[in-house]
Design a protein around this ligand. Structure first.
Ligand code: G3I
Length: 375
């Protein structure tokens, strides 16, 4: 009798198992056959993307699904910069940033704030200040209002952005000109007071150049010596197919981490176009006239260049994995090629291909190459 019951139970279990729908993991959706970045790298570091206003509104449902499946960190490409979120003393535009905070919570993403103190896209009422006390009060009010609103919602902030020049000296911004270098530790102290749990970064481009790196390290040591909390260095990755070398990037990751800080690769995109001499990094005051020689791929990305870019991305991610103990996030500066700022920098109106998804949001060889490292 006991045996019969056992046989019946076993038969029922087999029958149930064979009729049950298989569980759909990300790999079983044809769209996700390669798996997703956020899943593949979940034990290594966050994989982020900067979103524009349209992407934040999730109006294109197909693209919204792609963003939600591939990324586990988000940054506002523009809408949290001072001139946009706080255009005049008593005016704040929180609507779209609030939507981004909600999107991040809905999709279980680390929300990265960009940026609190930056000389560019700065509200004119702050840019016009000439007095040290007024500047300190304005910075404090701005940080309290903006970081205060997203306290408990953001995971991290770019507290200060792009304060160092290529030669390692401090940028002669309105902040330096009014407050002297104390503005740096003041900004970090204020941000930590307002949101003690947020991870606080210094973020900049061309961070692999030896002179600039030395200047950043000197500046960070002073911020640390002042007792201010600084947790991370953001290395913007506005890089090319050949520059900077993997060796320069590795040395930089190691030297920044040696300050006792985490490193994030922020603003990653790989430019595939020939650029005018002397242009690199992301200084938006650089611009050049559109000439055909700077815009060779208007009809599509040639296979050999797509492969070169894929190899470049694979080399970079192999390096990031090697140093995953030091790296906490890798963020792409955009989602697809068509919407990248690189179509307009440093030459306006080009057809560039810097990201992992093409103009139809389809995966490029570069995506496959990054995923192949984990398969
Ligand atoms: O919003 C206006 C729109 O109303 C107007 O019609 C249009 C006409 O030009 O301009 C729109 O503003 C543009 C804005 O992007 C939003 O699209 C600005 O002209 C344009 O200059 C601005 O560029 C942004 C740039 O920062 C400005 O500093 C890029 O999208 C953004 O990707 C870029 O991001 C920076 C990071 O914040 C810091 N690191 C460097 C990086 C690249 O420059």
């Amino acid at each position: 009798m006991k045996l019969n019951l056992l046989l019946l139970a076993a038969t029922l279990m087999v029958a149930c198992a064979s009729t049950e729908e298989p569980k759909k993991g990300p790999g079983e959706n044809p769209e996700n056959q390669l798996g997703t970045l956020r899943e593949a790298y979940k034990n290594d570091f966050y994989i982020g993307a900067a979103l524009n206003s349209r992407q934040i509104s999730e109006s294109n449902t197909e693209q919204a699904a792609l963003i939600a499946s591939q990324f586990n960190s988000v940054t506002a490409e523009n809408v949290m910069k001072s001139s946009q979120i706080h255009p005049s003393e008593d005016v704040f535009n929180f609507d779209i940033p609030d939507k981004l905070a909600a999107l991040a919570a809905k999709h279980d993403m680390a929300f990265h704030g960009h940026t609190l103190v930056w000389h560019s896209q700065l509200s004119s009422f702050i840019n016009d200040i000439t007095d040290s006390t007024k500047m300190a009060n304005a910075l404090k009010a701005h940080i309290e209002a903006v970081a205060g609103r997203y306290s408990g919602k953001v995971y991290s902030w770019d507290v200060v952005n792009e304060a160092v020049e290529g030669d390692g000296s401090l940028r002669k911004s309105v902040f330096l000109n009014t407050m002297g270098e104390d503005y740096l530790s003041f900004a970090f102290k204020t941000a930590a007071d307002v949101d003690p749990n947020a991870f606080l970064y210094y973020n900049d481009y061309s961070m692999t150049g030896a002179q600039k790196r030395a200047g950043v390290i000197k500046m960070v040591k002073k911020i640390q010596a002042s007792g201010a909390k600084i947790d991370g260095i953001g290395m913007q990755g506005h890089w090319g197919l050949e520059y900077p070398s993997i060796q320069e990037i590795e040395t930089s990751i190691e030297q920044y981490a040696a300050l006792g800080l985490k490193v994030a690769i922020t603003e990653l995109d790989i430019d595939v176009l020939p650029n005018p001499d002397g242009v690199s990094g992301a200084d938006i005051s650089q611009s050049a006239e559109l000439k055909a020689e700077y815009n060779p791929y208007v009809d599509g990305l040639p296979d050999d260049i797509a492969e070169k870019q894929a190899k470049r991305y694979a080399d970079l991610f192999a390096l990031f994995l090697k140093h995953k103990d030091k790296i906490d996030r890798v963020t792409f500066w955009g989602v697809n090629d068509g919407e990248s700022w690189k179509n307009n920098f440093p030459v306006n109106g080009r057809t560039n291909y810097p990201l992992l998804f093409d103009r139809d949001n389809k995966k490029k060889k570069a995506f496959e190459a990054i995923m192949a490292l984990k398969n």
